[in-house]
Design a protein. Structure first.
Length: 702
């Protein structure tokens, strides 16, 4: 399997100590691994917890004397369930109880890959994590065999224990000291074949579920860092506005106020409590200079986008045309947990705590902004309460570090919901022009040209902690056998903070295309599902389409104002289909009543987690098609909270949801972002059929 390391590439590091630790290099070759092994052997002394190498580019597994299996994860948990998926991989190969596996998040490192995004966490860790655990198991079995003087092949493992043929048993923890000394295991270190999986592929409850619902799980706002005081920022009324003058006399005189400092994004107040901080923030008297977009609103932005879309190629002679143009609004990420960061910046060092998908980039940028060597900056990665791409950027962390430096004390900075919606990152607005050319009952050419808003100020992006994610290219219309394919893209440069939003590009590109596929089917007098079946290239996509059509009873008779819609998507080495039913008797208040999804993601490590991911993408599709978008009014974002940024709530969620996971033994593909385009396209198509209209501007109520 290409995504797994070869035996030559997979190197295990261990030293004599009281804890067995093995480490798998992620994405390094054999020579690099050997070099790291020499450093580890020569540079560290034995300790109660074994340290292997510099722990900078390795996935590290420890078995402690207390019989806990600990893996420090170089990814972030933001609700997608990656910690549970990795714990399942480890438990599978180690034959440990899932309850005995702990997956803490690793601090920012100097080397290796700590990027969480592009729906690649499970696929990138699947090989290394399983090799890691299989090697640890082999060492533990070998240690027990030597201790009991029996052949290693006669021993068995289960429930975080080793069992002998005569009934003897030992916990992994009791064997860890001896296992740490073993360099050549007596049994195979190869992972199990898929046919022997007992944990991977079976639905599992999240390992952190109880902690989350009981409040034990710690987010950045829960931290009690010594001396860190609550901090908020007064921000300009327009995007990119600047403070011209600040009268902070009244604010400084208020009870509980420790400091008032100016930063690029506004004026920060450090106080004893957030209540004190917000009161003092509102007491500041600030004269603001307008931002660069002060004379710009939605109407002009949309006109510029429309004008920036490249012209389509000439259609084939003799063909009929199905043409459409689409507008997609700006969209906020709006994770449930607002952006929060704790910073303690001192003269010679700094520590920052926050949830980050890009901790290595954050560490480097923070160090540069506060004038310290990277080696003197420590970034602690915490779980996040949602992200959807928002935590690829680290705006709040940079601000917290700068405020801490100026205030000369630790701070706990919290962005309010309004701060993030009005001054944070957003999915860019875009315009699409699509034409399907058909002749003799089939599509013979397909053209798609787009234009989207592009962030014009590189300096501004850097100041705000911006990272343009290495996002996967969207699945294009090559999904279908549509003859000659063509397309181009343009952009409108604006000084507006943009960010990668779940299902980067595909969330608009494929949504628009799936609407046109329905339009083309209608023009040809064909059923949307039947038309897709005859034109899809991939057997896997046809299979998921067939699954939702059957499970969702496609084509059933529905009341007036009700309809079904369907759409498909292929990306990240995976594919998905979605069927929805909508009640649009009141076209201004439609309600999606049923969603059926089917996905082929290769090996689904945790089917229950995948179902949750698909459910989340369904809600994203419902929201961005029907109701959720941001307006720009004279350089300012109109929305400020969930009261006016209308993301789907419980009353808007489908009354019936089901997910079907297609069986597979190939390595995992991506899943976290996969479902958005199919869900959005299906909702739009259902609405069109229910109302007899052709929706072209999203969200519909914009």
């Amino acid at each position: 399997m290409a995504s797994q390391l070869s035996r030559r590439q997979f190197v295990v590091y261990s030293l004599a100590a009281t804890t067995l630790t093995v480490a798998a290099p992620l994405g390094c070759d054999g020579s690099t691994a050997q070099g790291a092994e020499e450093t580890a052997a020569g540079g560290r002394a034995a300790s109660d917890v074994l340290v292997t190498g510099t722990d900078e580019e390795m996935l590290v597994l420890e078995v402690t004397p207390a019989n806990r299996v600990v893996v420090r994860l170089p990814r972030v948990e933001v609700g997608q369930g990656v910690t549970t998926a990795v714990a399942m991989m480890i438990a599978e190969e180690l034959d440990a109880r899932l309850a005995d596996v702990d997956i803490p998040l690793a601090d920012a490192r100097s080397k290796g890959n700590q990027f969480t995004g592009g729906s690649n966490s499970v696929s990138s860790l699947y090989g290394p994590a399983r090799h890691l655990a299989a090697t640890a198991r082999a060492k533990l079995v070998t240690a027990a065999a030597r201790q009991w003087h029996v052949p290693a092949r006669t021993l068995r493992t289960r429930d975080t224990m080793v069992f002998g043929p005569d009934g003897r048993s030992a916990t992994f923890g009791s064997l860890t000291r001896a296992a740490a000394r073993i360099t050549r295991p007596a049994v195979s270190t190869d992972p199990k074949p898929a046919s022997k999986h007992r944990v991977i592929g079976r639905p599992a409850t999240r390992i952190d579920a109880r902690d989350i619902v009981t409040g034990k799980a710690k987010y950045t706002g829960d931290l009690a860092v010594a001396g860190a005081k609550p901090t908020v920022v007064a921000r300009p009324p327009t995007i990119g506005g600047k403070a011209v003058s600040v009268d902070s006399k009244a604010a400084r005189a208020m009870p509980g106020v420790h400091a008032v400092v100016r930063i690029d994004g506004g004026v920060a107040v450090v106080a004893e409590t957030f209540h004190h901080a917000f009161q003092a923030r509102d007491a500041l008297r600030i004269k603001w200079a307008p931002g660069p977009l002060a004379n710009l609103s939605d109407t002009e932005i949309r006109a510029r986008l429309r004008a920036a879309v490249p012209k389509l190629e000439s259609p084939p002679r003799g063909s009929a045309q199905t043409e459409a143009e689409f507008e997609f609004a700006f969209v906020s990420h709006a994770p449930m947990e607002v952006l929060t960061a704790v910073a303690d910046v001192r003269a010679q060092s700094a520590e920052i705590w926050f949830s980050s998908q890009t901790p290595q980039s954050a560490r480097e940028d923070i160090a540069a902004r506060i004038g310290l060597p990277v080696s003197k900056v420590r970034v602690h990665v915490l779980r996040g309460g949602g992200s959807f791409g928002r935590r690829l950027n680290y705006d709040a962390a940079i601000e917290a570090a700068l405020i801490s430096k100026k205030a000369r004390r630790p701070v706990k900075l919290m962005w309010s919901r309004a701060d993030d919606i009005r001054h944070g990152r957003m999915r860019p607005a875009s315009h699409h022009r699509i034409r399907a050319s058909h002749a003799q009952g089939r599509v013979v050419a397909f053209a798609h040209a787009t234009a989207s808003v592009n962030e014009s100020s590189e300096q501004g992006m850097s100041a705000q902690g911006g990272v343009r994610a290495a996002a996967p290219l969207p699945s294009d219309s090559g999904l279908y056998n549509f003859g000659r394919l063509s397309g181009n893209s343009g952009s409108v440069d604006l000084a507006i903070p943009l960010g990668a939003w779940r299902s980067v590009d595909s969330g608009t590109v494929r949504t628009a295309e799936e609407i046109v596929v329905d339009d083309a089917a209608r023009s040809l007098g064909k059923d949307p599902v039947a038309f897709r079946r005859t034109t899809l290239r991939s057997k896997a996509v046809k299979a998921v389409l067939d699954k939702v059509a059957k499970a969702g009873d496609w084509g059933r008779t529905m009341p007036r104002g009700h309809a079904q819609g369907v759409a498909v998507h292929e990306e990240y080495g995976s594919c998905v289909a979605c069927l929805v039913e909508i009640d649009a008797e009141d076209p201004k208040n439609p309600r999606v009543t049923k969603v059926v999804m089917a996905a082929d993601v290769g090996t689904a490590v945790n089917p229950r987690g995948l179902e949750a991911q698909l459910m989340g993408t369904a809600v994203d599709g419902i929201s961005t098609v029907l109701s959720a978008g941001l307006h720009i009014d004279k350089g300012a974002v109109r929305e400020s909270s969930f009261a006016d940024f209308h993301y789907a709530r419980q009353r808007h969620a489908p009354q019936h949801f089901e997910a079907h996971i297609m069986p597979s033994r190939r390595d995992p593909g991506g899943a976290g972002e996969l479902g958005v385009p199919a869900a959005a396209g299906a909702v739009a198509n259902a609405y069109a059929r229910a109302t007899g209209t052709k929706p072209r501007r999203f969200p519909l109520d914009f």
